[in-house]
Design a protein around this ligand. Structure first.
Ligand code: SAH
Length: 456
């Protein structure tokens, strides 16, 4: 192994001031210019740290002793949520978390030389217990089937019962399902050997409807004692309206397989969002924070400035939440989404809400956008709400090529937003008004924003 020429060595103990926070939420202590990333260290703190790992350009460390504490430290941390990375910002006060997110967007825009005003992050009143969905791995720990979460940067399961940011009713459901699985001696999945049966428990709960879906992800088609398990869940959890088995036989980190079998109840749960009813299947994306999602959509819709005359495109439309929310203020809305189950949900959702001026197409947004441009579609407003990897250059060229008045960009990753903003500006668009962060994911490092681009 080549010798590493770093100013620190493994197991060294040293004292230093935490001068920054990484985008992953780790404190930064520098020795000369060399950074040490320290778990659970808040900027402004002076810590005695132990070096745990040394690399060429940086090292990792852990706090041995906190010599001076920051005012921005939150003392009521749920330690398991912090160490597993469920809630990597939980050691910061909520006000500091909101500032951290705003600052991060500012820095990312500066890096690509795009001028933009970044508004303060809109936060939640009660930023815990907000998630309407949980996906928890099931593994054997000391011989027993256990639910929890992986330790940060590992696949080692830490047993957890209180997930801190999930709806407490969901936490409770997971314990009940786990205990039933223990009772019936079901076999937890072993990732290395690729043996065992139960891989993941997924639970989703309607914020308004309180309908609950339990999905059991198994390695094999056969789920032993399925009937007894279903009976047990129904009895202990009266909110459950849908129990589904999802089969994932692959040796993969991907959580869900493609095959779903409804063991009992409906194939979906129903919830309302912004006065509309939505049916949500197990494979469909649905915003995880129902409380802030309504602010997110109302902001996006307000910024779109629709009058009822417009042709609107909704790229990455999921189960149709944005399309159906804007339909009444538009002439026509066309959505595109890649997951077949989500497109089916979207079409059903249009029907159950009696909305007729929307269409949903199955496909890749980047390909559809090029097709739409080729047939000379003339959209007035385009919504884009892509996953973390952001937009493709082809999509941006096709979208701007159709010359809509506005492109409303809902982003869950400011790094790709900033990159795409640069491209949109090159294509003759400009940012209209401030970029607005909304805290969809309190206690985590994730950042959601709404940005409007208009023709320059
Ligand atoms: N606008 C929806 C969904 C946003 S999440 C809502 O707010 O609820 C992003 C969606 O994009 C997911 O539904 C995902 O399945 C879909 N998706 C991912 N890659 C895609 C692609 N290349 N083309 C179209 N849709 C895609």
């Amino acid at each position: 192994m080549a010798k590493i020429n770093a100013p620190v060595y493994k197991n060294q103990e040293l004292e230093g001031e935490v001068i920054d926070l990484t985008y992953q939420g780790m404190g930064v202590v520098k020795v000369n210019d060399y950074p040490i990333f320290v778990v659970d260290a808040v900027p402004g703190e002076i810590v005695q740290l132990g070096v745990t790992k040394v690399q060429k350009n940086f090292a990792f460390g852990r706090v041995i002793k906190r010599i001076r504490e920051s005012d921005e430290r939150n003392h009521e941390v749920n330690q398991a949520a912090l160490t597993t990375g469920i809630a990597p910002l939980a050691n910061l006060t909520y006000a500091a978390q909101l500032k951290f997110k705003q600052k991060q967007i500012q820095e990312l825009f500066k890096k690509v030389h795009v001028q933009a005003e970044i508004n303060p992050t809109i936060g939640m009143d009660n930023p815990v217990g907000y998630r309407n969905k949980a996906q928890v791995p099931v593994r054997k720990v000391r011989g027993q089937l256990t639910t929890g979460f992986y330790r940060r940067n590992s696949h080692q399961l830490v047993p957890i019962e209180d997930y801190y940011i999930q709806d407490p009713a969901i936490d409770k459901a997971i314990i009940i399902v786990r205990d039933l699985m223990r009772h019936y001696q079901l076999d937890a999945y072993d990732e290395e050997a690729h043996t065992g049966d139960i891989r993941t428990i997924m639970v989703r709960r309607g914020y308004y409807s309180h309908e609950m879906m339990v999905v059991i992800v198994t390695r094999r088609n056969k789920l032993p004692v399925a009937e007894m398990l279903v009976e047990g869940i129904k009895k202990a959890l009266p909110e459950v309206t849908s129990i589904i088995q999802n089969v994932n036989s692959d040796k993969t980190n991907v959580i869900m397989g493609s095959k779903n079998k409804t063991l009992w109840g409906a194939d979906y749960i129903t919830d309302t969002l912004w006065g509309k009813t939505f049916e949500i299947g197990p494979m469909s994306f649905y915003q995880v924070n129902p409380q802030t999602t309504e602010s997110l959509y109302s902001l996006a819709v307000e910024k779109a400035g629709l009058t009822g005359q417009e042709l609107v495109l909704d790229a990455y439309s999921g189960i149709g939440t944005i399309s159906l929310s804007v339909a009444a203020q538009a002439r026509q809305v066309i959505g595109v989404e890649i997951v077949p189950g989500a497109v089916e949900d979207a079409k059903r959702n249009a029907k159950i809400n009696g909305i007729e001026n929307v269409e949903f197409e199955l496909g890749k947004a980047e390909e559809k956008m090029v097709e739409w441009q080729a047939v000379e579609l003339q959209p007035d407003v385009i919504f884009v709400d892509p996953p973390r990897k952001g937009l493709t250059p082809e999509l941006i060229d096709a979208a701007t090529g159709m010359q809509p008045n506005k492109i409303v960009y809902i982003s869950c990753n400011p790094a790709t937003l900033a990159r795409d903003a640069e491209h949109l500006l090159e294509n003759g668009y400009q940012i209209d008004g401030p970029v607005q962060p909304i805290d969809q994911f309190p206690q985590t490092t994730h950042i959601e924003t709404v940005t409007v681009f208009i023709k320059a």
